[in-house]
Design a binder for this molecule. Structure first.
Ligand code: MG
Ligand code: MG
Length: 259
Protein backbone atom coordinates (compact mmCIF):
# COMPACT_ATOMS: atom_id res chain seq x y z
CA UNK A 1 0.00 0.00 0.00
CA UNK A 2 1.38 3.39 -0.99
CA UNK A 3 1.48 5.93 1.86
CA UNK A 4 1.02 9.38 0.32
CA UNK A 5 2.55 12.23 2.34
CA UNK A 6 1.15 15.60 3.37
CA UNK A 7 2.97 18.85 2.56
CA UNK A 8 4.18 18.93 6.16
CA UNK A 9 5.55 15.40 5.98
CA UNK A 10 7.30 16.23 2.70
CA UNK A 11 9.01 19.18 4.38
CA UNK A 12 10.31 16.89 7.14
CA UNK A 13 11.48 14.44 4.49
CA UNK A 14 13.31 17.26 2.71
CA UNK A 15 15.18 17.99 5.95
CA UNK A 16 16.02 14.29 6.34
CA UNK A 17 17.26 14.12 2.75
CA UNK A 18 19.31 17.29 3.19
CA UNK A 19 21.05 15.82 6.23
CA UNK A 20 22.17 12.95 4.01
CA UNK A 21 23.14 15.41 1.26
CA UNK A 22 25.36 17.31 3.67
CA UNK A 23 26.83 14.02 4.93
CA UNK A 24 27.79 13.09 1.36
CA UNK A 25 29.26 16.60 1.06
CA UNK A 26 31.48 15.91 4.09
CA UNK A 27 32.56 12.65 2.46
CA UNK A 28 33.38 14.55 -0.76
CA UNK A 29 35.80 16.71 1.25
CA UNK A 30 38.02 13.76 2.17
CA UNK A 31 37.47 10.87 -0.26
CA UNK A 32 40.48 9.99 -2.41
CA UNK A 33 43.32 7.51 -2.88
CA UNK A 34 44.39 5.95 0.44
CA UNK A 35 41.11 6.74 2.21
CA UNK A 36 39.11 3.76 3.52
CA UNK A 37 35.42 2.97 3.75
CA UNK A 38 35.71 2.75 7.52
CA UNK A 39 36.97 6.35 7.61
CA UNK A 40 33.94 7.46 5.59
CA UNK A 41 31.66 5.48 7.86
CA UNK A 42 33.00 7.11 11.02
CA UNK A 43 32.75 10.58 9.47
CA UNK A 44 29.17 9.98 8.32
CA UNK A 45 28.04 8.62 11.67
CA UNK A 46 29.56 11.53 13.60
CA UNK A 47 28.08 14.09 11.22
CA UNK A 48 24.54 12.64 11.23
CA UNK A 49 24.55 12.49 15.03
CA UNK A 50 25.90 16.06 15.22
CA UNK A 51 22.80 17.15 13.26
CA UNK A 52 20.49 15.57 15.86
CA UNK A 53 19.53 12.80 13.42
CA UNK A 54 19.99 9.04 13.59
CA UNK A 55 21.98 6.91 11.12
CA UNK A 56 19.27 5.26 9.03
CA UNK A 57 20.97 2.06 7.91
CA UNK A 58 22.89 0.95 11.01
CA UNK A 59 20.98 -1.86 12.72
CA UNK A 60 18.32 -2.02 10.00
CA UNK A 61 18.13 -5.55 8.55
CA UNK A 62 21.29 -6.17 10.64
CA UNK A 63 23.31 -3.57 8.71
CA UNK A 64 26.57 -2.96 10.62
CA UNK A 65 27.38 0.49 9.23
CA UNK A 66 26.12 4.02 8.63
CA UNK A 67 27.16 4.06 4.97
CA UNK A 68 27.35 1.33 2.38
CA UNK A 69 30.48 1.59 0.26
CA UNK A 70 30.56 -0.22 -3.09
CA UNK A 71 33.81 -0.18 -5.07
CA UNK A 72 34.13 -0.87 -8.83
CA UNK A 73 32.34 -4.17 -9.60
CA UNK A 74 30.38 -3.87 -6.35
CA UNK A 75 26.92 -2.63 -7.28
CA UNK A 76 25.44 -1.76 -3.88
CA UNK A 77 25.45 -2.92 -0.24
CA UNK A 78 29.24 -3.11 0.05
CA UNK A 79 30.38 -2.99 3.67
CA UNK A 80 32.98 -0.38 4.62
CA UNK A 81 36.44 -1.83 5.32
CA UNK A 82 40.05 -0.84 5.97
CA UNK A 83 41.07 -1.43 2.36
CA UNK A 84 42.27 1.92 0.94
CA UNK A 85 40.73 3.25 -2.26
CA UNK A 86 43.07 3.36 -5.25
CA UNK A 87 43.53 5.84 -8.07
CA UNK A 88 41.03 4.97 -10.82
CA UNK A 89 38.46 3.30 -8.52
CA UNK A 90 34.83 4.33 -8.43
CA UNK A 91 33.12 4.27 -5.05
CA UNK A 92 29.37 4.43 -4.51
CA UNK A 93 28.53 5.77 -1.07
CA UNK A 94 24.92 5.15 -0.02
CA UNK A 95 23.72 6.79 3.19
CA UNK A 96 20.52 7.02 5.21
CA UNK A 97 19.39 9.19 8.10
CA UNK A 98 16.24 9.40 10.18
CA UNK A 99 14.99 12.87 11.10
CA UNK A 100 11.77 13.33 13.11
CA UNK A 101 10.74 9.80 12.20
CA UNK A 102 11.30 10.06 8.42
CA UNK A 103 14.07 8.63 6.26
CA UNK A 104 16.44 10.29 3.86
CA UNK A 105 18.29 7.85 1.59
CA UNK A 106 20.64 8.77 -1.17
CA UNK A 107 23.84 7.85 -2.89
CA UNK A 108 26.66 9.27 -5.01
CA UNK A 109 29.36 7.50 -7.00
CA UNK A 110 32.72 9.18 -6.49
CA UNK A 111 35.69 8.94 -8.87
CA UNK A 112 38.96 8.30 -7.06
CA UNK A 113 41.60 10.44 -8.74
CA UNK A 114 41.40 10.04 -12.50
CA UNK A 115 39.29 7.19 -13.82
CA UNK A 116 39.46 5.68 -17.32
CA UNK A 117 37.35 7.32 -20.04
CA UNK A 118 35.17 4.18 -20.23
CA UNK A 119 34.42 4.33 -16.51
CA UNK A 120 33.89 8.09 -16.60
CA UNK A 121 31.27 7.60 -19.31
CA UNK A 122 29.46 4.96 -17.22
CA UNK A 123 29.39 7.40 -14.29
CA UNK A 124 28.08 10.25 -16.44
CA UNK A 125 25.42 8.15 -18.18
CA UNK A 126 24.17 6.71 -14.89
CA UNK A 127 23.76 10.22 -13.48
CA UNK A 128 21.88 11.21 -16.65
CA UNK A 129 19.67 8.13 -16.18
CA UNK A 130 18.80 9.32 -12.66
CA UNK A 131 17.61 12.72 -13.85
CA UNK A 132 15.78 11.28 -16.87
CA UNK A 133 13.93 8.95 -14.50
CA UNK A 134 13.11 11.81 -12.13
CA UNK A 135 11.54 13.83 -14.98
CA UNK A 136 9.00 11.04 -15.45
CA UNK A 137 7.87 11.15 -11.81
CA UNK A 138 4.89 13.36 -12.54
CA UNK A 139 1.20 12.97 -11.81
CA UNK A 140 -0.61 11.04 -14.51
CA UNK A 141 2.47 8.99 -15.42
CA UNK A 142 3.04 5.52 -14.10
CA UNK A 143 6.00 4.00 -12.27
CA UNK A 144 6.90 2.09 -15.46
CA UNK A 145 7.57 5.42 -17.20
CA UNK A 146 10.42 6.09 -14.76
CA UNK A 147 12.03 2.72 -15.41
CA UNK A 148 11.47 3.02 -19.15
CA UNK A 149 13.36 6.32 -19.31
CA UNK A 150 16.27 4.95 -17.27
CA UNK A 151 16.46 1.69 -19.21
CA UNK A 152 16.30 3.37 -22.62
CA UNK A 153 19.19 5.70 -21.87
CA UNK A 154 21.37 3.00 -20.29
CA UNK A 155 20.79 0.41 -23.00
CA UNK A 156 21.27 2.98 -25.78
CA UNK A 157 24.79 3.30 -24.37
CA UNK A 158 25.28 -0.47 -24.30
CA UNK A 159 25.00 -0.86 -20.53
CA UNK A 160 23.22 -3.44 -18.36
CA UNK A 161 20.36 -2.36 -16.10
CA UNK A 162 20.28 -4.25 -12.80
CA UNK A 163 16.94 -6.04 -12.36
CA UNK A 164 17.37 -7.61 -8.92
CA UNK A 165 17.49 -4.35 -6.95
CA UNK A 166 15.12 -1.41 -7.36
CA UNK A 167 14.17 2.02 -6.09
CA UNK A 168 11.36 2.29 -3.58
CA UNK A 169 8.81 4.32 -1.70
CA UNK A 170 10.31 6.24 1.22
CA UNK A 171 8.85 7.67 4.42
CA UNK A 172 8.61 6.46 8.00
CA UNK A 173 10.12 3.28 6.62
CA UNK A 174 13.22 3.06 4.45
CA UNK A 175 11.44 0.76 2.04
CA UNK A 176 7.79 1.49 1.35
CA UNK A 177 5.58 0.75 -1.63
CA UNK A 178 5.84 1.09 -4.55
CA UNK A 179 8.92 -0.62 -5.91
CA UNK A 180 10.57 1.62 -8.50
CA UNK A 181 12.47 -0.55 -10.99
CA UNK A 182 15.12 0.93 -13.25
CA UNK A 183 13.54 -0.86 -16.20
CA UNK A 184 9.98 -0.89 -17.38
CA UNK A 185 7.36 -0.27 -19.95
CA UNK A 186 5.70 3.01 -20.70
CA UNK A 187 2.26 3.33 -19.15
CA UNK A 188 2.68 0.29 -16.89
CA UNK A 189 2.75 0.05 -13.12
CA UNK A 190 1.25 2.15 -10.33
CA UNK A 191 -0.14 5.56 -11.20
CA UNK A 192 1.93 8.49 -9.91
CA UNK A 193 -0.03 10.94 -7.76
CA UNK A 194 0.67 13.99 -5.62
CA UNK A 195 2.16 13.09 -2.26
CA UNK A 196 4.12 10.12 -3.59
CA UNK A 197 7.63 10.01 -2.08
CA UNK A 198 10.16 7.69 -3.66
CA UNK A 199 13.86 6.99 -3.91
CA UNK A 200 14.97 6.66 -7.55
CA UNK A 201 18.29 4.83 -7.76
CA UNK A 202 19.63 3.56 -11.09
CA UNK A 203 22.25 0.81 -10.79
CA UNK A 204 23.90 0.60 -14.20
CA UNK A 205 26.55 -1.94 -15.20
CA UNK A 206 29.23 -1.59 -17.85
CA UNK A 207 28.58 -5.19 -18.91
CA UNK A 208 26.00 -7.77 -17.96
CA UNK A 209 22.90 -6.82 -15.96
CA UNK A 210 23.38 -10.02 -13.93
CA UNK A 211 24.47 -9.60 -10.31
CA UNK A 212 25.24 -11.91 -7.39
CA UNK A 213 25.76 -11.60 -3.65
CA UNK A 214 29.13 -12.27 -2.01
CA UNK A 215 29.60 -14.64 0.94
CA UNK A 216 29.39 -11.71 3.38
CA UNK A 217 25.63 -11.85 2.66
CA UNK A 218 25.68 -8.12 1.86
CA UNK A 219 27.81 -7.06 -1.06
CA UNK A 220 26.16 -7.25 -4.49
CA UNK A 221 28.63 -7.55 -7.38
CA UNK A 222 28.32 -7.81 -11.15
CA UNK A 223 28.61 -11.39 -12.41
CA UNK A 224 31.24 -10.37 -14.98
CA UNK A 225 33.07 -8.20 -12.38
CA UNK A 226 32.88 -5.17 -14.68
CA UNK A 227 32.18 -1.86 -12.92
CA UNK A 228 28.77 -0.64 -11.82
CA UNK A 229 27.56 2.85 -10.91
CA UNK A 230 24.79 3.93 -8.53
CA UNK A 231 23.20 7.33 -7.94
CA UNK A 232 20.12 7.94 -5.78
CA UNK A 233 17.85 10.90 -5.09
CA UNK A 234 14.72 11.29 -2.94
CA UNK A 235 11.71 12.65 -4.82
CA UNK A 236 8.28 13.95 -3.84
CA UNK A 237 5.47 14.59 -6.30
CA UNK A 238 4.07 18.07 -5.59
CA UNK A 239 1.59 19.97 -7.78
CA UNK A 240 1.90 17.15 -10.27
CA UNK A 241 5.65 17.54 -10.66
CA UNK A 242 8.77 15.85 -9.28
CA UNK A 243 10.57 17.77 -6.52
CA UNK A 244 14.06 16.56 -5.65
CA UNK A 245 14.31 16.58 -1.85
CA UNK A 246 17.99 15.66 -1.78
CA UNK A 247 20.81 17.48 -3.57
CA UNK A 248 24.27 16.78 -4.92
CA UNK A 249 25.18 20.48 -4.51
CA UNK A 250 27.22 19.88 -1.34
CA UNK A 251 29.15 17.06 -3.00
CA UNK A 252 29.81 19.01 -6.17
CA UNK A 253 30.81 22.16 -4.28
CA UNK A 254 33.32 20.16 -2.21
CA UNK A 255 34.71 18.34 -5.26
CA UNK A 256 35.09 21.59 -7.23
CA UNK A 257 36.88 23.25 -4.32
CA UNK A 258 39.42 20.40 -4.29
CA UNK A 259 40.13 20.55 -8.04
MG1 MG B 1 20.23 4.26 -0.68
MG1 MG C 1 17.30 3.41 -1.56
Amino acid sequence: MIIYKTANEIEIMREAAQIVSRTLGKIAEIIGPGVTGNQLDALAEDYIISQGAVPGFKGLYGCPSTVLVSVNEQVVHGLPSDIPFKEGDIVSVDCGAVWNGYYGDHAYTFEIGTVSPEVKKLVDVTKECLYLGIEEARAGNRVGDIGFAIQQHAEKNGYGVVRDLVGHGLGKKLHEDPQVPNYGRRGRGKKIENGLTIAIEPMINMGTEQVEQLDDNWTIVTCDRLPSVHFEHDIAVVDGKPVILSTFDYVEEALNKRK
